[in-house]
Design a protein around this ligand. Sequence first.
Ligand code: PLP
Length: 374
Amino acid sequence: MKKVYLDNASTTQIRPEVIQEMTKVMTEDFGNPSSTHGFGRNAKSVLELSRKTIAKNLNASAQEIIFTSCGTEANNWILRSAVKDLKVERIITSKIEHHAVLYTAQALQKEFDIQLDYVAIKPNGEIDITDLVELLSQGHKTLVSLMHVNNEIGTVLDLERVGVICKEHNALFHSDTVQSIGKTELDLQKLNVDFIVASAHKFHGPKGIGFAFVRKNSGLQPLFFGGEQEKGMRAGTEAVHQIAGIAKALEFSYANLNAERNHISELRRYLIETLEVEFPAFSINGVSDGFYNMVNVLLPFSDEKTAMILFHLDMKGIAVSRGSACQSGSIKASHVLAEMLSMEDLKKPSLRISFSHYNSKEDVDLLINALKSI
Ligand code: PLP
């Protein structure tokens, strides 16, 4: 049975070249980058070359890239230090952010008594920019935290526009770019963004490594205290092999971006076209022209079929993600879809199907056939 992995917004397969690079570093460059001897200097050189590679691909300067253990850590760090050290009195975010931002903002509200405002979401899942402007006209030292590509429905924020709006209103701007880094071009010299974050496992790198881009002279302070690693901004011995892995993964993603984006966009188009033929009553959650690597669909299945759908797909070796999961009392509905769908639609099965360049049209056919056989 061919296994079909269509859950690439959740995590991705590591590129063989990345594994090769990491294995080389683990074997040959195992020194501690803080050591002054040759072993240490080798490791330090891997570390700093990786930082430069990442900075170059995003048009940032190397000193603005700080390695973290994951995207969650980077988001937590930025939000917390913005409140604690930069004296932000208000966070504007949205109810459809990843929990790494949403729960952090809510925890900070309780802990520091800051104001927390949620920008309105349009029925198609896009951020209502007019409402953002309205909120920003209310004074207070503010951090706006809005994600670039939504990890459940693939809606895309206009980073350029929001960056300009934030600048006009003297607000700091953080964007969770975990779903877009490596999958679309980002020019950090052009964008008015103060902080963004990345996670390697979303772009064919290893799990357990990410980074924050922290604009020069931002004043951000560390979350952890300990050694002088990452210029004191993130204490703890650097995971050199992981860092070499994230740099190699990003480099490859950008080197192959056009070809892989075309291939993936074609798969998404083919999936939607085939659904239109096989399940004409299906609908797309969010905008139909969302980010090219994913689509969240609401399927017109009866109640009894809804309960079985993921189990059935799994039995056939097909991995997709649940868009909503209200059929079972034990599973919570997606907080993102809950902002957009009626109660009735929330009870129907929604699936998030997300592609990588490793997928083919055959994978789409297998998924469709499996859905038809339920
Ligand atoms: N932000 C977004 C938008 C994500 O999709 C994810 C991963 O699911 C994260 C943050 C968390 O990243 P990590 O798994 O590196 O902690």
